[in-house]
Write a protein that binds this ligand. Structure first.
Ligand code: PGA
Length: 310
């Protein structure tokens, strides 16, 4: 391994991440033969093949998987070192990797706006995806910090709550139930539902509530996007349960209304989370502190200012 270079490790990591020599070459602005050559030389230095091709698909060998985990540790440590050096120079500089559940995208980008103004040397990558995919990323230790609302029971994580995330029942404004008070869950269960996709935390919370009451949800449509669900509700396809934050940009002319249903809102909280024991980067710590102090205040304003739909 003494002959392996950092460049070769970077090329290998990109191929492994994309599962493709072509896409790695595109990302790194290299030609495909150069990428293949770098990986070949690295495999020679390791003394074992790193990939195997079965049909058209590329798979990591056991040695490849071990090397990928090693690469991730090396790159993490280097990026921490870069931030530490910047910190020693009195600068907050580096790369912050955040992964957040879909409902948090209504608040987190605004928080990042003021964060990046304060720390112009910090670049950010923000991955927005559903609960299940966030847990996968958390397990693989792919990001600095994660935002989600239902904490995993089988992973050792450190978490800090920072904002309420109430889930509400949404219907079209002209829905017959829109004028009713204290609607029972049993009555609600008779309505056709538009549900988030399997793997969504919102869906899980709704399902748990109905299961606890021994009721079935009549799922008319599965949709993987909060915005698409809002449009489907307006289109008359059914009712749904979404985070109240998804209404942040609805104005007074919104076509949606929040139904007054027993056991709602489902009171969840957003947590900022990281694997316990993770050596946090300087930028990760900077954002965590920001979120827990300044961010809480800004996020609360966002929440209070979001128009109420009724
Ligand atoms: P979701 O996340 O985007 O997976 O529905 C929401 C949540 O976890 O509260």
């Amino acid at each position: 391994m003494q002959q392996a270079t950092l460049h070769q490790l970077k090329v290998f990591e990109a191929v492994a991440r994309h599962n493709s020599f072509t896409r790695a070459a595109e990302e790194l602005f290299l030609t495909q033969p150069t990428v293949s050559m770098q990986v070949k030389q690295l495999a020679k230095a390791v003394g074992l093949p790193l990939f195997e091709q079965i049909g058209k698909r590329l798979y990591l060998t056991d040695a490849g998987r071990e090397l990928l985990a090693t690469c991730q540790e090396i790159f993490d440590r280097l990026s921490q070192f870069g931030s530490t050096v910047a910190d020693l120079k009195g600068l907050k500089q580096g790369y912050l990797r955040l992964a957040v559940i879909t409902t948090a995208k209504y608040v987190v980008p605004r928080l990042l706006g003021s964060f990046c103004q304060r720390y112009p040397g910090i670049d950010v990558s923000l991955k927005v995806t559903n609960h299940e995919h966030i847990l996968e990323r958390l397990t693989d230790n792919r990001d600095d910090l994660y935002i989600l609302s239902q904490l995993p029971s089988d992973l050792d994580v450190t978490s800090h709550p920072f904002l309420a995330n109430p889930l509400v029942v949404l219907a079209p404004r002209n829905h017959p139930l829109a004028q009713e008070k204290n609607i029972s869950l049993k009555r609600l269960a008779q309505e056709p539902f538009i549900m988030r996709e399997t793997g969504s935390g919102t869906r899980k919370a709704v399902q748990q509530l109905f299961d606890a009451h021994g009721l079935n949800v009549k799922v008319k449509l599965d949709l993987g996007s909060n915005e698409a669900i809002k449009q489907a509700i307006i289109g008359g396809l059914g009712i749904s349960v979404l985070s109240r934050h998804t209404l942040a940009l609805e104005g007074p002319t919104s076509q949606l209304s929040i139904l007054d249903v027993e056991d709602f809102p489902i009171q969840l909280d957003w947590y900022v989370v990281y694997p316990t024991g993770r050596q946090m980067s300087v930028v990760g710590n900077t954002f965590l502190e920001y979120l827990l102090n300044e961010g809480k205040r800004i996020a609360a304003q966002v929440d209070l200012n979001s128009p109420s739909v009724d």
